[in-house]
Design a protein around this ligand. Structure first.
Ligand code: PLP
Length: 452
């Protein structure tokens, strides 16, 4: 399976100058493709050097059933041979109808309709355009502002990217700035010194409440939140935060959009996490990634029946929601998602729930390392945050390349980390076993220790 030395040289040559990878800097766009992963099996991937590495982030939080999953590979082939494509505009494909029914059964409250997209960004874009459309139909065209949070991540299309909460991602990019309001990141680890978690939560809720008062509920259309911020560093919000934010949305007729692109499909032990894990019933849920375990690009937005009923009863029931993608409801994607659901329902969710406490507890042991400020997480998502010194917990004084150095050491030892600046996020395939968790944690410990 591994490449010969000549093949590796050919690959290095080929990797120069044609492929543009995401998030490049201007001077290096398309200059050279990094890395080279050539195979995957279970929780492992193999790189061009022939090294077998634990896939710590499960690709990009997506390979939930693991690599080389035969039932999914078979579905891909069989669905391609049965019906490779169908126009979602004119006719509904069988897999898309079946999948929608199954997703509706899993979704909380009355979220019983699905609009399919090609991934997470287009799912968020769809939810936001649906909010704009609804408010036009309801005759309140100024109710369009979107409230998001510092530290959040929602995608790379224009509107979804405008919500992203990392300031440096906006330095050189245009965005729908006026439409977007950002609240504080609900990160208990970074709460003001001396403040209790309860007081911190009160402050966050108060901030939203004041924002609504100041701007006027009639100008705010949606609040968008990842139940647990993923790319922001696995931020588990303070207890009660999400239910209180949800309540404020209900009181002010603001749509609560739960961005479950990462947290759904088993990552937190359930198909959706909003209700089961956090006790909230959003108005819309966006999903992608784990819905097909990354075997096919698919995403979507679950939409509440009450909202659809309001549209039907409005004075503009003939208004057109002019939005749709060639690959909405792709039959292959939907068929793959069904097999993926079979696997999750058939034991993988139970396994993820069973093993999560062990995963969290083992990673937590890394807090005895001087470089580690906090290990936090829930389910099978966790973050090891490095700090300059434990007294101040200050990450700013850290050499921010520290994550890259940890990753380099770990890769030598057999673990892919893919760090977020000074944070190492771990979200392995849900199939991971106890001994494999031991391996992952032991390699990460050595990698961090070598980095001090
Ligand atoms: N929303 C969340 C919470 C995400 O983590 C991501 C991707 O990482 C997206 C949306 C965007 O999804 P995609 O990259 O599939 O467009």
């Amino acid at each position: 399976e591994t490449m010969s030395a000549t093949e590796r040289l050919d690959f290095a040559e080929m990797a120069k100058g044609h492929l543009i990878q995401p998030w490049p800097v201007a001077g290096e766009i398309g200059a050279e493709a990094r890395g080279g992963i050539i195979a995957g099996d279970g929780i492992y991937v193999t790189d061009i050097e022939g090294r077998r590495l634990i896939d710590g982030p499960a690709g990009m939080w997506c390979t939930n059933v693991g690599h080389g999953c035969e039932p999914i590979a078979r579905t891909l082939y069989e669905q391609a041979m049965t019906l490779s494509y169908n126009s979602p505009w004119y006719t509904a494909s069988e897999p898309s109808v079946r999948l929608s029914k199954r997703l509706a059964a899993h979704a909380p409250g009355d979220l019983d309709h699905v609009f399919y997209t090609t991934g997470g960004s287009s799912a968020v874009e769809t939810a936001l355009r649906f909010m704009q459309f609804s408010n036009n139909v309801f005759g309140r065209p100024t109710k369009k502002r979107i409230v998001a949070r510092q530290g959040g991540y929602h995608g790379s299309t224009y509107l979804s990217a405008s919500l992203n909460g990392r300031p440096r991602d906006h330095d050189w990019m245009d965005s729908a700035g006026d439409l977007v309001v950002k609240l504080s990141c609900p990160n208990p680890f970074r709460r003001p010194a001396g403040q209790s978690v309860e007081a911190f939560c009160d402050m966050l809720v108060e901030e939203f409440s004041t924002t609504i008062e100041t701007l006027g509920a009639e100008t705010i259309g949606a609040f968008v939140a990842e139940p647990i911020m993923a790319s922001g560093g696995v931020i588990v919000p303070p207890p009660g935060y999400l239910t209180r934010m949800r309540e404020l949305c209900r009181e002010n007729d603001i749509l609560f959009i739960a961005d479950e692109v990462v947290t759904a499909f088993g990552r937190l032990g359930n198909i959706f996490a909003s209700k089961e894990v956090f006790g909230i019933e959003p108005d819309l849920i966006t999903f992608a990634k784990g819905v097909t375990s990354g075997y096919f690009p698919l995403g979507g937005a679950m939409i509440s029946a009450a909202l659809l009923a309001r549209l039907r009863q409005s004075n503009h029931a003939d208004a057109m929601f002019a939005h749709g993608l060639t690959y909405s409801s792709h039959p292959i994607g939907c068929a793959v998602a069904e097999t993926n659901l079979d696997l999750l329902e058939g034991g993988l969710l139970a396994h993820a729930r069973d093993i999560a406490p062990y995963f969290q507890a083992q990673l937590k042991t890394l807090e005895d390392l001087p470089l580690v400020g906090e290990v936090r997480g829930l389910g099978l998502m966790a973050c090891v945050e490095c700090v300059a010194d434990r007294e101040s917990n200050n990450p700013l004084a850290l050499d921010l390349e520290v994550g890259k150095r940890i990753d380099a050491h770990c890769q030598q030892l057999g673990l892919l980390v893919r760090p977020l600046i000074h944070m190492c996020v771990m979200s392995p395939p849900l199939t991971i076993s106890r001994p494999q968790i031991d391996d992952l944690v032991s390699i990460l410990r050595q990698g961090i220790a070598l980095t001090q």
